[in-house]
Design a binder for this molecule. Structure first.
Ligand SMILES: [Zn+2]
Length: 269
């Protein structure tokens, strides 16, 4: 049986990771290269003339015109953090190595911090990734379907345990070889044409070729904003059709990840 090229894609081993980012200075260097790959520019005045010096073991940059001083962490999510940079980087490594996510409790053990710190680090990193990806519009061939994520919270106090299900629009951008390039999950308040149209404006590039099933009001909403002619299939067929394979896989994997990572949460089928 041939290997699945996505499942068998090359990752970064822990050994390689430690070799590249195992110390604070290596992480600082990586951050410096990522932030100022085209050379330093003062974030306040934009001037590039500067000098550098060390204070309390930290490298500082000072612009020539205004004597404005910053470190490479200033103005980033690491700003004013007392957590060593190598632990932030290690958290990023663990959070991105598994498709099933990692709980704050596991992260606490892996990077050696308290639970509140692990929770904060995880949520700051997730928020940063969400904000960056929120701006990405899907283009080319896009397959979308509504998904219901949520379920029953167990082990809670009185009043909990009620079914809490959220409506999402799931969409995958696939390339010419039918491999997934990008995925979006967007919370929707309802499946009305207005709600779906505002989702389409935000999430889809106007040149995309949208594929949906026949249940949703997506085709009508999408056509109003100049999206390419959608391909509509008969209701109830989506799970059997190959073109919906990826969207069904993505929704299934998301539910599996939620169940596997957050044990106090039962995802409804
Ligand atoms: Zn300046």
């Amino acid at each position: 049986m041939p290997q699945n090229r996505i499942q068998f894609q090359k990752g970064m081993s822990l050994d390689e990771y430690i070799d590249q980012y195992g110390t604070d200075s290596k992480c600082e260097q990586a951050l410096e290269e990522a932030r100022w790959s085209r050379g330093y520019a003062c974030p306040k005045c934009g001037c590039t003339a500067h000098c550098t010096f060390y204070r309390n073991g930290k490298k500082h940059w000072q612009c020539r015109d205004h004597k404005h001083q910053i470190t490479v962490q200033s103005g980033t999510i690491f700003h004013a953090s007392r957590l060593p940079l190598r632990k932030w980087f290690l958290a990023m490594y663990f959070m991105t190595q598994s498709k099933t996510n990692i709980s704050a409790l596991s992260l606490k053990r892996h990077i050696g911090v308290s639970y509140p710190t692990a929770w904060l680090v995880k949520h700051k990193l997730m928020q940063t990734m969400a904000e960056r990806e929120d701006r990405r519009q899907l283009t080319g061939r896009v397959v979308a379907d509504d998904a219901y994520l949520g379920g029953v919270t167990v082990g809670g106090k009185r009043g909990r345990g009620a079914k809490k299900t959220g409506l999402f629009m799931a969409a995958v951008e696939v390339d010419e070889d039918s491999a997934v390039r990008y995925v979006r999950f967007d919370r929707l308040s309802n499946m009305s044409a207005i709600s779906i149209k505002s989702w389409a404006i935000k999430a889809l590039h106007s040149d995309c070729h949208l594929v949906t099933d026949g249940y949703s009001s997506l085709p009508a909403a999408a056509s109003q904003i100049g999206i390419h002619t959608p391909v509509v299939v008969s209701p109830g067929q989506s799970s059997e059709l190959d073109c919906f394979r990826w969207i069904n896989t993505v929704i299934g994997n998301t539910k599996t990840a939620m169940t596997g990572t957050y044990h106090g949460f039962k995802v409804s089928k």
